[in-house]
Design a binder for this molecule. Structure first.
Ligand code: NZQ
Ligand code: ZN
Length: 397
């Protein structure tokens, strides 16, 4: 196990009706004015936004609203939010929504005290020195942004869409209010996208070269097993509280890095996927369902026993001691079968992506065959990434 320093001080407030007390939690920190960020439709239409805002009023906290965050959130609304937050003297951000809303709020929180262009942080041109605090009312278990140190934003630069993530301590939310009942309205497809994303967050950590990481291995496997058991229930019974609650907590544990400490992590698949969601505006989870099994196929021979362990412990496949590669491959097939069962796409065609665009995706990814690569478990240069995109494009059931 590697040395680590783990500090993720988000307070999680979890359970029935807790969103109605958001204002009193915010008051505990002495906040006076919220910039409330929400999405295009759900929070307003369902009455959630009104309930959260009245809880702020009851707590004596004034607020200003910024609505209209779209999935795969754009920089434009972040700029608008920065202006609004400054002119209205907001002293904290309150995100009411999923990953896209939370990431927009995090970016605004970084941008308000910064004199330059907030996207400099996402391009690695500058490092954040301060930020406003962000709090969350979560409505979809998926991205894990309610407990993560990252934010992902898209911006069009010179005709190309750049979708970049930024990891830093300022992005860790102060508190996250998590009521599983708020997720009853999630359509099956969106539920499945979230499930795929949380599984991917665990697998990005699971496939590692670090040896002797039994505790986090078993935590990853346990979470994956729980997600695999609860996802079909939540999809067929959308208002099953237990299934929704287990998925909600799993999504947070998947990405607040408790499963990632002390081990090298990979993240190539996420970066391969971000180019797909940037180019085709496909849901991040759907893109991951297409890319993760393809990445696994390509990397399998790097450590057959780790893939076999995944197959045995996560999907209950019997170990073939003579030919462990068979077990490893059966694990990838089981993952694809599960993703298909929950309604996820498995190839380019099913997400409206085209193999002719692979050179463009590779340019966007910014890899070459010399110095610039993706991943850690296996270092992937441009020709490797090209092969993985091709595997994903050409896969057929
Ligand atoms: O637009 P509204 O009306 O709000 O509807 C949303 C949206 O269309 C809808 N929705 C949310 N809660 C709902 C609901 N519909 C019905 N009932 C509810 N309770 O769901 C749609 C998707 O929302 P979005 O916020 O985009 O989903 P998600 O949480 O999957 O976030 C995806 C974004 O997060 C990024 C992704 O790249 C993508 O941009 N990620 C962020 C990470 C982070 N900050 O740590 C890590 C991830 O790997 C990921 O990259
Ligand atoms: Zn993700």
């Amino acid at each position: 196990m590697n040395n680590f320093d783990f500090y993720r001080p988000t307070r999680y407030i979890f359970g029935h009706g807790c969103e109605n007390d958001t204002g009193s939690y915010a008051k505990e920190y002495g906040f006076k004015k919220a910039l409330v960020v929400s999405g295009g439709n759900f929070a307003k239409r369902s009455g959630l936004l009104a309930r959260v805002c009245s809880s702020l009023e009851r707590a004596g906290i004034s607020y200003v609203s910024l609505e209209g965050v779209k999935p795969n959130p754009r920089a434009d609304l972040v700029y608008k939010g920065i202006e609004l937050g400054r002119s209205e003297n907001a002293d904290f951000l309150l995100a009411v929504g999923g990953g896209s809303v939370i990431d927009t709020a995090k970016a605004i929180a970084l941008g308000i005290p910064y004199e330059g262009d907030f996207f400099d942080f996402f391009l690695g041109k500058s490092k954040p020195q301060k930020a406003l605090k962000t709090a969350v009312v979560l409505t979809i278990p998926a991205a894990g942004s309610e407990g993560s140190n990252s934010a992902v934003i898209e911006k069009e630069i010179n005709g190309n869409i750049v979708k970049n993530g930024l990891g830093c301590d300022f992005n860790v939310p102060l508190f996250s209010v998590m009521d599983p009942e708020l997720t009853f309205t999630l359509p099956a497809y969106q539920t499945a996208c979230g499930v795929t994303d949380m599984m991917a967050h665990i697998m990005e950590r699971y496939f590692t070269n670090t040896q002797n990481v039994d505790v986090t291995d078993r935590m990853c496997e346990g979470l994956l097993c729980s997600i695999i058991a609860n996802a079909p229930v939540a999809i067929t019974e959308p208002d099953n509280y237990s299934a929704r609650a287990n998925l909600m907590w799993a999504g947070t544990m998947a990405h607040n890095n408790i499963c990632g400490v002390g081990r090298e992590q990979d993240w190539a698949t996420h970066h391969l996927e971000h180019q797909l969601s940037a180019l085709y505006d496909v849901a991040h989870g759907a893109g991951l369902a297409v890319m993760f099994p393809a990445w696994m196929e390509y990397c399998l021979r790097h450590d057959v026993m780790r893939f076999a362990q995944f197959a045995v412990r996560v999907f209950g496949i019997s170990m073939d001691y003579e030919k462990p590669e068979r077990t490893a491959k059966a694990g990838i097939a089981a993952l694809r079968a599960f993703l298909k069962r929950i309604g996820m796409p498995l190839n380019f065609e099913q997400i409206g992506a085209h193999s002719e665009d692979i050179p463009k995706l590779l340019d966007m990814l910014g890899v070459d065959d010399h110095e610039r690569f993706e991943g850690h478990f296996v270092k992937l240069h441009r020709s490797d990434c090209e092969k993985i995109y091709k595997l994903a494009a050409e896969y057929r059931d």
